[in-house]
Write a protein that binds this ligand. Structure first.
Ligand code: FAD
Length: 315
């Protein structure tokens, strides 16, 4: 079987891995230039910061624990079951993509946005933005956040499938990445009691020592503040966020040495729909990802990738 997997986040990578392990060919099509989706990291201020998922919770004995053990040792243990990698959250997705099971094959197409699925005589034709065909597949797994999956289903042979996913709403998130010349905080994450900032993470504690005494931190704005400031300029975001960050970093914290603002339109799902309900028996277009996860954690999301592969393999 040849399967197109839309999205190289955790759900898509797990689905592709399981399909390949069962002897099938998976082609992961990802619109961004990098792997990991919302497990995201970038280089800034001479260091690395995680500007998506801040830490990875690894419940003992779960799917994520197996992934971390098999693919990406070297994780730094943090509070509780949480881990992070010195080189950033993308270590795990990159390692997963590199660890291709021998039985089948996994091909990666980066920087390629899937815009439409068409019924063809040989299978499902997967098309790019400009209408060019990426290929013809026996099945497609869609792992994009629900609103993007809806858009794709509307341009598919099964447009009625979009209805089930419309109920899934997302909180946006405005993230402020910043470096402060200060003493390193003693915590992994701190939550101001009020104001626009939901939490601040100490990125140095993830095995990324301060560069020239500058401690990297990431602040996530609360959903209401993120909604309000989503289209605001970076200067406006900074003017609101920095004073709020000082409530946990200390009132005397100097102006940041560097800053960057990152905006996520679809950050975390407020609810999920049942994966079996969203995927009628017999359909060759399978929905996976956080929209259909049994819960809100990355462990839950990984399980949707396993479910998608199993559904296609066992019918
Ligand atoms: C700032 C932030 C904080 C978070 N905090 C937490 C937390 O504390 N705890 C927690 O459990 N979760 C948290 N999450 C959510 C968690 O990261 C996600 O639930 C999980 O990573 C989703 O994985 P996924 O594979 O379902 O989707 P994604 O990682 O979003 O992957 C989907 C991929 O599909 C690609 N794509 C979309 N449309 C197309 C298309 N048409 N063609 C090709 N590719 C496409 C996207 O580019 C993306 O790479 C957070 C997320 C963010 C951004």
């Amino acid at each position: 079987m040849r399967v197109a997997v839309v999205g190289a986040g955790i759900a898509g990578l797990v689905a592709a891995r399981d399909l390949a392990a069962a002897g099938h060919a998976a082609v992961i099509v990802e619109k961004s230039r990098g792997l990991g989706g919302r497990m995201a990291a970038r280089r800034v201020g001479g260091t690395v910061v995680d500007h998506g998922l801040p830490v990875l919770e690894v419940p003992p004995g779960g799917a994520v624990a197996a992934l971390v053990r098999e693919c990406a040792p070297g994780a730094v243990p943090l509070d509780g079951d949480a881990v992070a990698w010195p080189a950033g959250m993308t270590v795990l997705p990159k390692a997963m993509a590199a660890a291709v099971p021998a039985a089948g094959s996994v091909e990666l197409l980066l920087d390629t946005r899937v815009a439409a699925l068409r019924a063809g005589t040989q299978g499902i034709e997967v098309a790019q933005d400009q209408g060019n065909t990426i290929g013809v597949f026996d099945a497609v797994v869609i792992t994009a956040p629900a609103p993007q999956a809806v858009e794709l289903l509307e341009h598919s042979p099964e447009p009625g499938r979009a209805e089930a996913l419309r109920a899934v709403q997302y909180d946006p998130a405005v993230m402020l990445l910043a470096g402060f010349a200060m003493d390193e905080p003693g915590w992994v994450a701190a939550r101001p009691n009020s104001g626009p900032v939901a939490y601040v993470t100490n990125e140095a504690v993830k095995g990324r020592p301060p560069v020239d005494g500058v401690v990297p931190v990431v602040a996530r704005l609360r959903p209401d503040a993120s909604e309000r400031l989503f289209d605001a300029s970076d200067d406006v975001v900074l003017a609101e966020a920095i004073p709020a960050m000082r409530t946990v970093l200390g009132p005397g914290t100097p102006e940041p040495a560097w800053t960057q603002v990152k905006r996520w339109r679809y950050c975390t799902a407020r609810s999920q729909v049942d994966q079996a309900m969203a995927n009628p028996q017999g359909s060759r277009i399978i929905i996976a990802g956080d929209a259909v996860a049994p819960g809100p954690t990355v462990e839950d999301v990984a399980r949707t990738g396993e479910w998608a592969a199993r559904r296609l393999i066992t019918g």
